[in-house]
Design a protein around this ligand. Structure first.
Ligand SMILES: NC(=O)c1ccc[n+]([C@@H]2O[C@H](COP(=O)([O-])OP(=O)(O)OC[C@H]3O[C@@H](n4cnc5c(N)ncnc54)[C@H](OP(=O)(O)O)[C@@H]3O)[C@@H](O)[C@H]2O)c1
Length: 369
């Protein structure tokens, strides 16, 4: 058998396309007790991929971007903790904070799970980073500290606001919070109302409505609100969600999926919990605490039973493996710039046929050739 070799999409500087060339393959010793070597069959694209490609990362170059992967287990150190969970040949999905755009990726065993049944790689690959981020901020003891999701959880009679419910992070947050027994109130554009309701939101508000702050605050104050989760990430969205907390009569905890670099406009007394690197544990430790909601418990079980939806659904934009990654990252950048029009452009490039009208959120995926 030919010796395995590895390749990656290398980022050699900022504002330039990634370049495919060889990369190191982790040895079994390097995998150690906790890591698993995965041969990747599908990569999902996240907004952070184009954001980091465009941002000056100083001394980090050359670096490898990419977070979400699915594939087969290629190696695991014999006798290791990881080997007690995964065997060579297992079909798995998971994520890593960068380093994902490679043919072979070493994943933390705690941040991966087996793919249920015969589900195609393109499905679970879209979930990893978004569910892990949502879980950290929703259930982590330093953030909203909500109760964990479980199959058949009883209703709690408390609400949680997910601001940016149609985003990829929001799509996962709505499902996790609903599965924990809370009533989700979400915001998104009118075109996505039905989409977020299919994920479990019981009420949806248009964040572009000029009276949205007062309307949502009044709704939350009808009962107890267990927290506000900001999943849209944009600065104005962060501040808008904080204004709801400021307008409500009760004191509500608030956590954001994104670092807020300016707190201008945030009402006095509103405390926003922010993710690393702004706060608390560094990557990847920050995700380990809440794996009972993700890879280490609820997620694989709920996926297998069809209780958890893969959302947003995957849109396979390339089957060229690493050679298709840059094209997909460029498409993600266009979606961020143009919103609905960008999604329509991406869908038309792949499938054609959509001239006008609404398009639901999608998650861009690249498959191995
Ligand atoms: N800390 C971490 O580990 C981590 C990991 C992943 C993501 N993130 C952050 O989480 C955020 C969401 O990421 P994502 O991948 O889920 O993004 P995404 O899928 O690209 O989300 C885009 C959607 O956000 C909605 N949106 C935009 N502005 C909004 C606003 N002002 N109010 C409410 N909704 C708004 C829009 O929904 P409509 O189309 O309905 O208008 C848009 O379609 C990003 O800022 C990202 O950087 C953080």
């Amino acid at each position: 058998m030919a010796a395995r070799t590895n390749r990656a999409v290398w980022q050699d500087g900022f504002g330039v396309p990634g370049v495919v060339r060889s990369s190191r393959l982790a040895t079994t010793d390097e995998l150690g007790d906790n890591k698993v070597l995965v041969k990747v069959h599908a990569w999902a694209i996240n907004p952070c991929d184009y954001m980091l490609q465009d941002r000056n990362m100083g001394p980090a170059y050359p670096m490898i971007l990419g977070c979400d992967v699915a594939g087969t287990v290629e190696a695991v150190a014999p006798g290791s903790t990881a080997a007690s969970q995964f065997r060579v040949g297992d079909r798995v999905f998971g994520f890593t904070a960068n380093n994902g755009f490679q043919d072979y990726v070493a994943l933390e065993a705690k941040l991966m799970a087996k793919i249920p049944g015969d589900m195609a790689y393109r499905e679970p690959v879209v979930v990893g980073l978004c569910i892990a981020t949502s879980a950290m901020l929703l259930f982590g003891k330093d953030y909203l500290h909500l109760d964990y999701p479980k199959l058949g959880a009883p209703k709690k009679g408390k609400s949680v606001l997910v601001w940016g419910g149609s985003s990829a992070v929001g799509s996962n947050a709505i499902q996790l919070v609903t599965a924990a027994g809370y009533d989700v109130i979400a915001t998104c554009s009118k075109t996505n109302f039905d989409y977020v309701k299919t994920l479990g939101a019981v009420q949806v508000f248009d964040y572009k409505d000029p009276d949205v702050t007062e309307k949502i605050a009044a709704e939350l104050d009808k009962g107890e609100c267990a927290g506000i989760f900001m999943a849209a990430g944009l600065k104005d969205g962060n501040v808008a969600a904080c204004k709801v907390a400021g307008a409500a009569k009760q004191t509500i905890k608030l956590a954001s999926s994104n670092f807020i670099d300016s707190l201008d406009g945030v009402p006095e007394g509103v405390d926003v919990k922010q993710p690393p690197p702004a706060n608390l544990k560094p990557f990847p430790d920050c995700w380990f605490e809440t794996t009972p909601a993700t890879f280490g418990g609820y997620l694989p079980e709920a996926l297998a039973k069809g209780a958890y939806k893969v959302a947003p659904p995957p849109l396979v934009v390339s089957k060229k493996g690493l050679e298709g990654i840059q094209e997909a990252v460029d498409m993600q950048r266009v979606i961020a710039e143009k919103g609905q029009d960008g999604i329509r452009e991406a869908v038309n490039r792949v499938k054609g046929g959509i001239k006008e009208g609404n398009v639901s959120p999608v998650k861009l995926v690249v498959e191995r050739a």
